[in-house]
Design a protein around this ligand. Structure first.
Ligand SMILES: C[C@H](NC(=O)[C@@H](N)CCCCN)C(=O)O
Length: 451
C-alpha cells in the first residue's frame, strides 16, 4: 500500500521520456547499421567484387539466423525469462560483435581469394556478421517494445511507440544519405565503422538505461517481467496461430515489408542506373520513405486513434505500393522527377500501413498474448526480409545484366520491379481479406481507438 503511494521513476514525465531517449538512441544506431551497406551496392561490385547475388545473400543474411534458427522465438523466451535489462544488453552486444565481424570481413578479408560454400570468404564472413547483427537488432526491437510497455503503461504508450519507431527511421535515413559520400571521401567501409562506433555508444546507453530500470524495479518491487501479462508461452502460441486475424496480419506484414525494406536496399542503384540520379544523392532519395515515415507515422497514428478505418488504411497503403512499383517497372518512364515523387508516395504508404497495422495487433489479441504475437509476426516478416533480397540478387545476375560500366554491371530493373509489383498485389488481396475478416470476426479494426 505504502509503496503504491510513492512516486516512481516513470511517474516523472522527464525521466520516462529520458529513458526512452536512451534506448531510442540504441535503436537508431541499429537501424543505421541495418541500412548503411545497401547504398554501396555498386561500389561493392567495383571495389570488393561482390556481384548482385552476393549482395542479395548479404542483405538477406540479416534474417537468416532469425528464420532458420528461430532466433526471434528464443529471443522472446529469453526476454520473458531474464527480463529487459539482460536481453537488451545481450542483444546490443550481439549487434556490436556482428558489426565488428562484418567490418573485419570487408576490410581485413577483402583480398582473400578462397571461397566458403561457393561464396567469397569476405562475403561469407560479412554475411555471418550481419546475421549475428540481425539477431541482436530484432531481439532489441521486441525488447524495446516491452520496455515501453513497462515504463509507459497507463501513460503515453502508443505515442512512445510511435516516437521510438520514428527516431529509428532517422538512423535509416542517415544511413542512406551519408553512405556513398562518406565511402567516396574515405574508405568503402568507413560508413560501417561509424555504425560500429554508434553501436558501442548504444551499448553504453543501454547499460545507463539499465541503472534506471533497476531503480524502477526496486521501486515497484514486483518484477514487471514476471507478470503473466507479458509472458511468451507455448500455450499462447497455439491460441494465436489458430486465430485467422494473426495469419492475415502476419501475411500482410511479410508481403508489405518485403516490398519496402528489400526494395530500398536496391533502390540507390535503381535511382542511379535507370533514372540517372547523381550517385552522391541517390542514397538520400532511396532513404526518403524513412524520412517521410518519421513525420507521417505519428500523424497517421493519431488519425487511426481518432477515426479508426485501420483495415481500409492498410488497403490504401497496399494499393499505393502497387502503383509505385508498377510505375518503377515501366521501362519507358525514366524521368528522375517521377522516380523521386514515387519515393515520396512510397514514404506515405510506408507510414499508412505500419501506423494502422501495429495498433491492429493490439485489437486482435488480448494484452497477455501481445508480446508473443509481435515476436511471431516479426518471425514471419523475417522470412520475407531474408528471401526477397536473396531472390532479387539472383534475378539481377541471371536475367538483368545489360552491360558494364567502370567495372560494375549495368542492370535492367524491369523484372525485379515486376516481382515487387506482384508482391504488392498479394498484399492488397490480403488487406482486403483482413477487412472482410474484421467484419466476420468483429476485431473492430475500423473503429476509432479514442471514442
Ligand atoms: C517496427 C518495425 N520493425 C520491424 O518491422 C523490424 N522487424 C524490422 C526492422 C528492419 C529495419 N530496416 C518498423 O521498423 O516499422
Amino acid at each position: 500500500m505504502k509503496e503504491q503511494n510513492l512516486k516512481k521513476l516513470n511517474d516523472s514525465r522527464a525521466i520516462r521520456w529520458g529513458a526512452l531517449a536512451i534506448v531510442a538512441f540504441t535503436m537508431m544506431a541499429a537501424y543505421y547499421v541495418n541500412d548503411v551497406v545497401a547504398p554501396l551496392k555498386t561500389m561493392l561490385e567495383t571495389d570488393l567484387k561482390w556481384d548482385s547475388s552476393e549482395f542479395g545473400l548479404f542483405t538477406g543474411a540479416y534474417s537468416f539466423l532469425n528464420v532458420f534458427f528461430l532466433m526471434l522465438i528464443w529471443g522472446g523466451l529469453i526476454l520473458d525469462r531474464f527480463g529487459i535489462r539482460f536481453t537488451g544488453k545481450l542483444a546490443t552486444i550481439l549487434m556490436v560483435l556482428g558489426t565488428g565481424l562484418e567490418y573485419y570481413a570487408m576490410t581485413g578479408m577483402a583480398d582473400a581469394t578462397g571461397t566458403i560454400w561457393g561464396y567469397k570468404v569476405s562475403v561469407f564472413v560479412a554475411s555471418a556478421g550481419y546475421s549475428v547483427f540481425g539477431v541482436g537488432a530484432e531481439v532489441a526491437g521486441i525488447t524495446v517494445t516491452k520496455m515501453i510497455a513497462k515504463w509507459f503503461r497507463g501513460k503515453e504508450m502508443a505515442t512512445a511507440m510511435g516516437v521510438q519507431v520514428a527516431l529509428a527511421r532517422v538512423g535509416s535515413q542517415a544511413a542512406y544519405a551519408v553512405a556513398i559520400p562518406m565511402a567516396r571521401a574515405y574508405e568503402i567501409t568507413t560508413p560501417v565503422l561509424v555504425g560500429l562506433i554508434c553501436l558501442i555508444g548504444g551499448l553504453i546507453a543501454f547499460f545507463a538505461f539499465s541503472v534506471l530500470d533497476k531503480k524502477l524495479d526496486r521501486q515497484i518491487e514486483a518484477e514487471v517481467d514476471n507478470s503473466p501479462e507479458e509472458k511468451f508461452s507455448f500455450k499462447d502460441v497455439a491460441k494465436i496461430l489458430s486465430n485467422p486475424g494473426f495469419w492475415l496480419i502476419a501475411l500482410l506484414c511479410v508481403l508489405f515489408y518485403s516490398c519496402v525494406f528489400p526494395f530500398q536496399k536496391f533502390a540507390s542503384e535503381l535511382m542511379i542506373s535507370k533514372y540517372g540520379i547523381d550517385e552522391s544523392v541517390a542514397g538520400f532519395f532511396a532513404g526518403l520513405p524513412a524520412l517521410g515515415a518519421l513525420f507521417l507515422t505519428p500523424v497517421f497514428g493519431g488519425m487511426v486513434d481518432k477515426r479508426g478505418k485501420a483495415a481500409s488504411i492498410m488497403m490504401l497503403g497496399a494499393a499505393m505500393l502497387i502503383a509505385v512499383h508498377c510505375i518503377y517497372a515501366l521501362p519507358f518512364i525514366t524521368s528522375s522527377w517521377i522516380a523521386i515523387v514515387l519515393m515520396i508516395v512510397l514514404g506515405i504508404a510506408f507510414s499508412l500501413v505500419p501506423s494502422a497495422m501495429w495498433p491492429s495487433v493490439a485489437k486482435i489479441f488480448p494484452a497477455h498474448q501481445l508480446g508473443t504475437a509481435y515476436a511471431l509476426i516479426f518471425f514471419i516478416q523475417n522470412i520475407g526480409l531474408w528471401g526477397i533480397p536473396t531472390l532479387i540478387g539472383i534475378v539481377l545476375d541471371k536475367y538483368c545484366v545489360v552491360g558494364k560500366a567502370n567495372g560494375a554491371n549495368l542492370y535492367d530493373y524491369t523484372l525485379p520491379m515486376c516481382i515487387f509489383t506482384g508482391i504488392a498485389v498479394l498484399s492488397l488481396i490480403i488487406a482486403f481479406a483482413l477487412k472482410v475478416a474484421d467484419k466476420k470476426f468483429g476485431y473492430k479494426l475500423e473503429e476509432a481507438n479514442i471514442k
